[in-house]
Write a protein that binds this ligand. Structure first.
Ligand code: PEP
Ligand code: MG
Length: 883
């Protein structure tokens, strides 16, 4: 097998289709080279080598030597320089590149190929001794950190000391001789800490760096990032070795990053940052504050330093032409890295740019309207889960704001929480259920877990493409970056700004859309659902087959759900209504009753309450189906648990404390989830279901009489295992319907159906469908009973199960398609065989999970039902599943 693929100088061994093999960076470098964009020549060692490297105990096969030698020869031939040649040396960069980008997670080495001899050659060839020695000093520092894994603090200290000794503040003030002395200092540090002299053989340097990049695939931070982003550990990374180009060769040189459209708002405008006379990671690292790319952006921000458009008009024009070329070629917004070396533009990377949900929507809709992509592609481009970012509240413009300071609007959305100054505290507090805002001077990949745990991120340094900004946008966390007036003392856990202090635990609010940082909590408002969101949803609705309903049991939830586009209620859990205010007393009285007559007295009190609940819901859902599930949970859930509650409840319910306690003890169950619940309540106490059914039909007739638009109640029996259970319960419901219809002199259409949430029900679905007019898959319980995993206790061990690959994802979040899914598809098939027109839906949590929705489409369910905020996610996911 071949492991090395060349690019540049008219050669492209790969292309954009080879991401799995070459990684995103390598594939796109080859692609850019193939369309004649200016790419420094290089080669990619494939991800297959990474896999093999680990299989063989972190060793390279001998055959790789010759392949890499060929790769180097290719670079030498195109550049006319020779690797290790003391007269005019070839220098290379060595970078990682996985299939999907993992920003800042893995290692990079720049300026490789410098040693005591070649540094002189570089000085002579470039005519710039300062540049050559600065490059060598940077190389030793990076190599020591990344490859030799020495403490980088010592090197930074040596640099600081060198500046202090000479009374300088900036690195750039150091002369060639100063840097030469610093290099000597660095080499001493390496020899002392590593025990061997800094490697002078450029081939040793190269193999060391390649090994380090492969090694970084298994670094802790890379593992954490993969876990958070569902990236399989066996993908591996590729290694890209490429001729160096220099953005730090004086004022006609520069380096920058850019997006072909605004990645935050999605506007069609070039967007980016650059630094004159700077190298590689300076822009991304947030060390110097970068300058704007375009004049318009600079003017809008009221910034002074010239934009690239103004400072380097010719190269800028060339760059803008490349942007357009890349967008039409890739048909997507691109995220680009470039370097200008003495007036010559070089492209170092392109990839589809990460973007906020807002930008994703706008870009997809705009590109479809521009004719660059089709509407179907626009639908496919937006990650359904990302809509979540848009559906959540933003700051109320009228609310009082105690503004502390302002930074850059790095990732939109508003968040309030307690200030914390380190990632570990953020994670701990969040685990305790606290909302936190993570404050850092700047973030690094080590902060990832804290950023994930935080509701928002605030940094004092760094631009819009800083680590904090990029990672926060990817995670959908609001972020304000570069709040320059903020002085953060992480050790003392204090931030100071304009004479005020923020201490750990103080509540802060950040607005990632404006960059404002406020003291205290600020009120929020609901998001705007028109505009691009509305347009894309309309397109999605045009292609989806699955209907989308909501799980809702209050008029407010129903309203929200309708606003989000729900086409009915798929699950109204009536037990939630039993807890409300005064009625819990009647519920308890019913439970405590010793016989049917006693229960009926209590149920009489509940009837008008239930009717009012259903009336309110039916009014909001007029004309749409509403699935009402009859009482499901074990009765003891309604009884008091705390000692002090007993007396109160006993007197309210008019019974003695002792009687209450005795009854509570009687109702105790060892395994209530498999106990006296669901239709078992209806079988033993049919009068409960009778009352609920009566309330449903009376409410339906009331609403029909008042508005003329009758709802379509679907009465649902929970936890059915056998046809006989459903037969008995349907008789109770039908009798209640006939009684109400007789009393009121009119009828409404209704259905009686069942949940399929036990394996036996799934297996016997053919028989159950003789009675059931619809099935709703209760995949929460069906997962619990199929896997034999308690949904309330799973958190303790499921994490380990997912980590060890036993389940790919938490099966309570994303349907276990292979196992539980087989029961669903089998039940759907058997149900339809008996009753071809049977209505099939899903109302477990999986109804709002895009992957599970794709499965529902594949087995031809009629609808999915999700919590109100996930209704838009479900609409888009259903459309994508139908494409
Ligand atoms: C289910 O079991 O999937 C379901 C929707 O019901 P609940 O979550 O109320 O048990
Ligand atoms: Mg259930």
């Amino acid at each position: 097998t071949r492991y090395v693929y060349r690019f540049g100088g008219g050669v492209s061994d790969g292309g954009k289709g080879d991401k799995n093999l070459l990684g995103g960076k390598g594939a796109n470098l080859a692609e850019m080279a193939s369309i004649d964009l200016p790419v420094p020549p290089g080669f990619t060692i494939s991800t297959a080598m990474c896999t093999r490297y680990y299989e063989e105990g972190e060793k390279f096969p001998d055959s790789l030597r010759a392949e890499v030698a060929n790769g180097i020869a290719h670079i030498e031939q195109v550049t006319g320089k020779t690797f290790g040649n003391a007269a005019d040396p070839l220098l290379v960069s060595v970078r990682s590149g996985a299939r999907v980008s993992m920003p800042g997670m893995m290692d990079t080495v720049l300026n490789l190929g410098l040693n005591d001899a070649t540094v002189e050659g570089l000085a002579a060839a470039s005519g710039d001794a300062r540049f050559a020695w600065d490059s060598y000093r940077r190389f030793i520092q990076m190599y020591a950190d990344v490859v030799l894994e020495l403490d980088h603090g010592a090197f930074e200290e040596a640099l600081e000391v060198a500046k202090e000794d000479r009374g300088f503040t900036l690195d750039t003030e150091l002369s060639a001789d100063d840097l030469r002395a610093l290099v000597a200092e660095y080499k001493k540090l390496v020899a002392a800490e590593w025990g061997k002299p800094f490697p002078q053989d450029v081939h040793d340097q190269l193999w060391g760096a390649v090994g380090a990049v492969f090694g970084s695939w298994q670094s802790e931070r890379a593992k954490v990032y993969r876990r958070l982003n569902d990236i399989p550990g066996d993908w591996g990374t590729a290694v890209n070795v490429q001729a160096m180009v220099f953005g730090n060769m004086g004022d006609t040189s520069a380096t920058g990053v850019a997006f072909t459209r605004d990645p935050s708002k999605g506007d069609r405008a070039y967007y980016g940052e650059f630094l004159i006379n700077a190298q590689g990671e300076d822009v991304v690292a947030g060390i110097r504050t970068p300058q704007y790319l375009t004049r318009a952006a600079r003017e809008e921000a009221g910034a002074r330093p010239a934009s690239m458009e103004e400072a380097m008009p010719e190269v800028y024009a060339e760059l803008a032409a490349v942007f357009d070329r890349l967008e039409t070629h890739y048909r997507d917004m691109q995220d680009i890295e470039f370097t200008v070396e003495r007036g010559k533009l070089w492209m170092l990377q392109t990839r589809s740019g990460k973007r906020t949900a807002k930008a994703a929507l706008k870009i997809a809709v705009d590109m479809a309207n521009e004719g660059l992509i089709t509407r179907d592609e626009a639908i496919a481009r937006v990650e359904p889960q990302a809509l979540d970012q848009l559906l959540h509240p933003t700051l109320d413009p009228n609310a009082h704001r105690d503004v502390l300071t302002k930074g850059l609007p790095a990732s939109p959305g508003a968040a309030s929480g307690a200030a914390v100054f380190d990632a570990d505290t953020a994670e701990r507090w969040a685990a305790d259920g606290k909302a936190v805002i993570l404050l850092r001077t700047e973030t690094s990949p080590e902060d990832i877990h804290g950023m994930h745990a935080a509701k928002g991120i605030l940094t004092a340094r760094g631009g819009m493409t800083s680590h904090a900004a990029v990672v926060a946008r990817g995670m959908g966390r609001p972020c304000v970056s570069g709040a320059g007036t903020l002085a953060i003392d992480a050790r003392a856990k204090i931030a100071r700004v304009s004479g005020r202090e923020v201490r750990e635990g103080d509540t802060l609010t950040i607005d990632g859309s404006t960059g404002e940082v406020m003291m205290g909590e600020v009120a929020t408002i609901q998001p705007e659902l028109a505009g691009d969101f509305g347009t894309l949803m309309e397109w999605a609705d045009g292609v989806r087959r699955l209907k989308v309903r909501a799980n809702a049991e209050t008029p407010l939830d129903c309203r929200t759900a309708r606003d989000f586009g729900a086409e009915g209620v798929g699950l109204c859990r009536t037990e939630h209504m039993f807890f409300d205010g005064a009625r819990i007393t009647a519920v308890r009285q019913m439970i405590l009753a010793e016989d049917e007559a006693g229960r009926r007295v209590a149920l009489e009190k509940l009837l008008p309450e239930q009717r009012a609940d259903f009336t309110a819901i039916f009014e909001v859902m007029a004309g749409l189906p509403v699935t009402v599930r009859l009482l499901d949970p074990p009765l003891h859930e309604f009884l008091p648990h705390e000692e002090n509650e007993f007396a109160e409840v006993a007197s309210a319910a008019g019974v003695g404390v002792e009687q209450l306690k005795r009854r509570a003890a009687e109702l105790h169950e060892f395994n209530p989830m498999l106990g006296h619940r669901g239709c078992r309540l209806g079988v033993t106490y049919p009068e409960i279901y009778e009352m609920q059914a009566r309330a449903i039909f009376e409410a339906a007739i009331d609403v029909a009489e008042r508005s003329g638009e009758a709802p379509i109640p679907e009465v649902m029996i929970p936890l059915v295992a056998t046809k006989r259970e459903l037969d008995l319960m349907k008789t109770v419901v039908d009798a209640a319907a006939q009684a109400v219809f007789g009393e009121r002199g009119r009828t409404v259409d209704y259905l009686v159906g069942t949940m399929i949430e036990l394996p036996r029900a799934a297996l016997k679905a053919g028989e159950i469908a003789e009675t059931g007019e619809f099935f709703s898959f209760g995949t929460n319980d069906l997962t619990q009973t199929t896997l034999g995993v308690s949904r309330d206790d799973a958190a303790r061990f499921l994490g380990a199960y997912v980590e060890k690959g036993i389940y790919a994802k938490d099966p309570f979040v994303s349907l276990d398609v292979e196992g539980v899914g087989e029961l669903v598809s089998l039940a759907a098939e058997r149900g339809r065989a008996t009753r071809p027109a049977i209505k099939l839906g899903i109302c477990g949590e999986h109804g709002g999970d895009p992957a599970s929705i794709a499965f529902c489409e594949s087995v031809g369910l009629d609808y999915v039902s999700a919590s109100p905020y996930r209704v838009p996610i479900a609409r888009l996911a259903a459309a994508q599943a139908a494409l």
